[in-house]
Design a protein around this ligand. Structure first.
Ligand SMILES: Cc1cc2nc3c(=O)[nH]c(=O)nc-3n(C[C@H](O)[C@H](O)[C@H](O)COP(=O)(O)OP(=O)(O)OC[C@H]3O[C@@H](n4cnc5c(N)ncnc54)[C@H](O)[C@@H]3O)c2cc1C
Length: 354
């Protein structure tokens, strides 16, 4: 769908996948209820408003649980408002593709996380839509909605009041409430040691597509330094961004700090955790201090995004070696090995592709 594979010699393609252009971006008027400023759902609204598509396949929330994603086929632009925001959990988005086709939809947009987009691309040709626009968001890790409720209960005494949660690129979790000021919790102060070792399933911990490389456009935040982060991957992605006109502010992404130290630390912690969550070996009194220093001294902007992609690549290799060594050869694509090489990880002769 991009006409080529990632260019190993072009800055940042080895990390983020094929792209034509990359931006730090915000909607001038953020949408109510959006996870960030709402670029994702606004792109889909514009596709419907302009008649480019007849429907959008995405997630809404379960009426009884705001955190539980439920697949929905939207046929009215105004209904996209109820899809805004991030929900933690798995739901079978693509099961609505065939019903969409059977009800005569020929031009469709899909909003999905990487694992959904990967499967969508595999099915695309046989589904035979006349036009398919793919808006992707990055995804680091997902878990069941039940597990996520356990996490909420650990970080908040009244988890039912939480209306918004985000793991921000400044090393803080932001928690919002309908009836109280927001809280910002440094990552280091999260009660990760209380979570079960398999909180994130092996499928997420061995995912090699954090940045949703098969989407036409990726809309995330991790390279955005407090704003959103856009990767326009092909002509269709450029067409999508064009639909926003001057509703969107675009800047070149920034980059600061050095990732090598934190990524090495992550590798050590992951090895030490022996299959569980990588916990930092640090006394409690030091945590608030390091938590204060990280957003100021740690990798920021694109350097933060590169660090996270390398951490995910390291996790993939270590967890597969530990849990599914025979699958490593087929599950680790070639572009992963150069990302982990600076940290001393290379394929053994058994792990090398034929
Ligand atoms: C589990 C998960 C992990 C993520 N991790 C990262 C990350 O590490 N780094 C990063 O940059 N971005 C991550 N994102 C994406 C990020 O949370 C924002 O969705 C993205 O930045 C878009 O913001 P927005 O304001 O444009 O979205 P909005 O306009 O608010 O739209 C959000 C869209 O995401 C869809 N959505 C919500 N929950 C799910 C779900 N569980 N499965 C599938 N689709 C869903 C909604 O239906 C909606 O279409 C993650 C998203 C999810 C769902």
């Amino acid at each position: 769908m991009h006409g080529r594979t990632r260019d190993a010699d072009r800055a940042d393609e080895p990390h983020f996948g094929v792209f034509q252009a990359m931006y730090r971006a915000s909607l001038k008027r953020p949408s109510d209820g959006a996870q960030w400023t709402g670029i994702t759902t606004r792109l889909a609204e514009r596709l419907m408003e302009t008649g480019a598509v007849q429907a959008v396949l995405t997630m809404t929330a379960d009426p009884n649980d705001r955190w539980r994603p439920v697949p929905v086929l939207i046929t009215k632009a105004s209904d996209l408002a109820k899809c805004r925001g991030m929900r933690m959990g798995y739901a079978p988005l693509l099961q609505l593709l065939e019903p969409a086709r059977d009800q005569g939809i020929k031009r469709l947009a899909v909003i999905g996380i990487p694992c959904q987009v990967y499967a969508l691309r595999a099915l695309e040709a046989e589904l035979g839509f006349e036009k398919l626009y793919v808006i992707g968001t990055p995804c680091s890790d997902n878990t069941t909605t039940e597990n996520f409720h356990e996490f909420l209960a650990l970080i908040d005494p009244t988890p039912e009041r939480v209306t918004y949660l985000e793991f921000r690129a400044d090393y803080h979790v932001e928690v919002r409430y309908a009836d109280a000021p927001k809280r910002e919790i440094p990552f280091l102060m999260l009660p990760l040691s209380k979570l079960r070792a398999d909180f994130f399933p092996l499928t997420c911990r061995t995912c090699v597509d954090y940045t949703n490389t098969l989407a036409d456009i990726t809309v995330g935040y991790m390279g955005g330094q407090g704003e959103q982060w856009l990767l326009v991957r092909n002509q269709r992605g450029a067409e999508l961004l064009g639909l926003l006109g001057n509703e969107v502010t675009l800047h070149s992404p920034g980059s600061a700090g050095k990732r090598a130290g934190p990524v090495k630390g992550f590798l050590k912690n992951t090895e030490r955790a022996a299959g569980g969550l990588p916990l930092r070996n640090m006394p409690n009194w030091l945590r608030p201090i390091v938590g204060w220093l990280m957003p100021r001294m740690g990798p920021r902007g694109l350097e933060f995004a590169r660090a996270r992609v390398e951490m995910k690549a390291i996790e993939t290799v270590l967890h597969l070696r530990r849990n599914e060594p025979r699958r490593l050869k087929s599950m680790v694509p070639d572009h992963i090995w150069p990302l982990v090489k600076p940290y001393g990880l290379s394929p053994t002769s058994k792990e090398e592709k034929l």
